[in-house]
Design a protein around this ligand. Structure first.
Ligand code: ASP
Length: 592
């Protein structure tokens, strides 16, 4: 080894020891006759002292050393002189008096400062990711990630799970996104698909009798990218046989809360995870991934508003649609311009407009165009139900149920940021259960699965598959934290006829089903055990535990929001010869 100790481990008890350290120059200060260098590696920093009188040759070398040079230093550990301790450093009570300095490699001036936590343009960080990875923040995050994954492995190993790898070159497994395809050289015109998740394979492992499987699995989805999505990401993929829903929820609750306790910088909000039905989540929070760190809940006012003289409300209520509102504390003095901004959010989420009322902070008097359509009694009833106080702002939505949820859910989210509720440093987990089996709106005359097509309907709802599929609830469950879906899973279908029936409702012909999923349907005929599973997203969980707003901050080499790697400049063109090998002709000219 080129070092005897890391740069983070020497303490008072090492005083007098001869040591060798190696690392990067974090900073160097020439005090005339003495040079102080902070030497850094991923374990920390140690101050080394080069004295011109003691080691003139090394001193000369040290004078030429700049930030990010790679050095090896030999020397003796000594206590820092009285009053010169640095309490900010774990090694701050000692320093190393240098006997020899070796420059292992010089360095160009980096494009940004490594040793300071200042804001650097993200594209520059991604282009020089190997330098960005040297910064404390990234090292802290990747250490948390490592610890989290280690905790997961230990926890599951103790509970008799086997870690089993599944192929990356496989066949399309739909999870609702586009596949990444890999052309086959040996089978012209044929393609592998990169797994959107190992869903089919883990179910087949259950048919294979493995009973408890997990994998830290890479998943690939070619989706329209949003700021917090990545084309490839990591899941803890799991499956268990002979279980019911609550077995999985209990196991994951212990896993997630244990992992947070052991590795998270942000504490869990409680020591158990509450359960909400999908219907309740939508009714109270307007979303199936509620941030429950704050209230601001949606309140149903259909009865009061339906009896008012405001046409929009009364006609909607007559048509069976709800009128709901949220009461935003302290925003009753919003100006017309501020309300217009809110109206834009409402319209972006499907509303035709935004009805509002504001309570004067002193008098409690109410303003807002719609107020005049309500009697005094109705206004009192409404403010009572909303628990509205002087100074509050009331925002209404009335439309189809899902539009009302989307509009008020988005406004609730907006005020979560504006009023600082989302700054609260805690991880508020909740389960969402009892999802509908299918999405509300049919696509091209077919039902779309709300999770995926392998999710089992609730036993007691199977009859409804023929009469009223939209009413069927499923065995799906999602784990939500601070407004993010951090895991999704379900009890699966394990009988061929039921699986075939669901495929039919989704719009697969017999031929299509056999062509794409024949192996699954066949496997179900050979004694498939009842089974279920879940897949927590590692990237999001680690980001939450590290207090990071973005999953890119917890991935070593993430892609940009446009799915590019700025460091290696990928995706990139390939040579004509490679395309020929793969029997591919580009429709677009390869180069301009
Ligand atoms: N394969 C699912 C997903 O990636 C998770 C699961 O059902 O286990 O969302």
């Amino acid at each position: 080894m080129l070092k005897t100790h890391s740069c983070g481990e020497l303490r008072l008890e090492n005083i007098g020891e001869e040591v060798t350290l190696a690392g990067w120059v974090n900073r160097s200060r020439d005090m005339g006759g003495v040079i102080f260098i902070d030497l850094r590696d991923r374990n920390g920093k140690t101050q080394v002292v080069v004295n011109s009188g003691d080691v003139p040759q090394s001193f000369e070398l040290a004078q030429q050393v700049r930030s990010e040079y790679v050095l090896q230093v030999k020397g003796t550990v000594q206590k820092r002189p009285e009053g010169l301790d640095n309490p900010k450093l774990e090694t701050g009570e000692i320093e190393v008096m240098v006997s020899e300095v070796n420059v292992l490699n010089p360095a160009k001036t980096p494009p940004f400062l490594i040793d300071r936590d200042e804001v650097v343009d993200e594209s520059l960080r991604l282009k020089y990711r190997y330098l960005d990875l040297r910064r404390e923040r990234m090292q802290r995050n990747l250490i948390i990630r490592h610890k989290a994954i280690k905790f997961i492995r230990d926890y599951l190993d103790e509970r008799d799970f086997l870690e089993i790898e599944t192929p990356i070159l496989f066949k399309s497994t739909p999870e609702g996104a586009r596949d990444y395809l890999v052309p086959s050289r040996v089978h012209p015109g044929k393609f592998y698909a990169l797994p959107q998740s190992p869903q089919q394979l883990k179910q087949l492992l259950m048919v294979g009798g493995y009973e408890r499987y997990f994998q830290i699995a890479r998943c690939f989805r070619d989706e329209d990218l949003r700021a917090d999505r990545q084309p490839e990401f990591t899941q803890l993929d799991m499956e268990m046989s002979f279980v019911e829903r609550d077995d999985i929820l209990d196991l994951i609750e212990g896993l997630v809360l244990g992992m947070v306790e052991h590795t998270s910088l942000v504490p869990a909000a409680s020591d158990s995870i509450p359960r909400l039905s999908y219907a309740e989540a939508m009714a109270r929070f307007g979303t199936d991934r509620p941030d429950i760190r704050y209230g601001l809940e949606l309140v149903d006012l259909s009865d009061i508003a339906g009896a008012s003289a405001f046409k929009v409300f009364t006609s909607n209520v007559a048509a069976g649609h709800p009128v709901k509102a949220i009461c935003v504390p302290g925003c009753g003095d919003y100006s017309r311009k501020q309300i217009d901004e809110l109206e834009k959010i409402a319209k972006d989420n499907g509303a035709k407009g935004l009805a509002w009322m504001a309570l004067n902070p002193d008098s409690g008097e109410m303003r807002g165009f719609i107020t005049k359509f309500f009697t005094v009694e109705q206004l009192i009833a409404l403010t009572e139900r909303l628990d509205a106080k002087p100074g509050d702002l009331l925002l209404f939505a009335s439309d189809k149920k899902n539009v009302v949820a989307a509009v008020l859910g988005a406004l609730r989210d907006e005020f979560g940021y504006r009023l600082g509720y989302k700054d609260k440093k805690e991880l508020a987990f909740t389960w969402v259960i009892d999802f509908p089996l299918f999405e509300e709106d049919m696509e091209e005359g077919h039902w779309a699965p709300s999770h995926h097509m392998f999710t089992a309907p609730k036993r007691e709802h199977i009859d409804l598959l023929d009469s009223d599929p939209g009413q069927v609830l499923s065995e799906q469950y999602d784990l939500v934290c601070n407004g993010y879906e951090v895991a999704g899973g379900s009890i699966r279908i394990h009988e061929r006829p039921l699986q075939r029936k669901i495929m039919e409702l989704i719009g697969f012909s017999i031929e299509e089903a056999k062509d794409q999923f024949g192996h699954m349907l066949e496997a179900f005929e050979y004694g498939a055990p009842p089974h279920g599973g879940i897949a927590p997203g590692i990237d999001r969980l680690v980001a939450l535990m590290a207090g990071e707003p973005n999953i890119r901050e917890v991935m070593a080499f993430p892609k940009t929001a446009q799915a590019t790697d700025l460091m290696s400049d990928s995706p990139s063109f390939v040579a004509e010869r490679q395309l020929n090998d793969l029997h591919i002709k580009l429709a677009e000219p390869q180069k301009k």
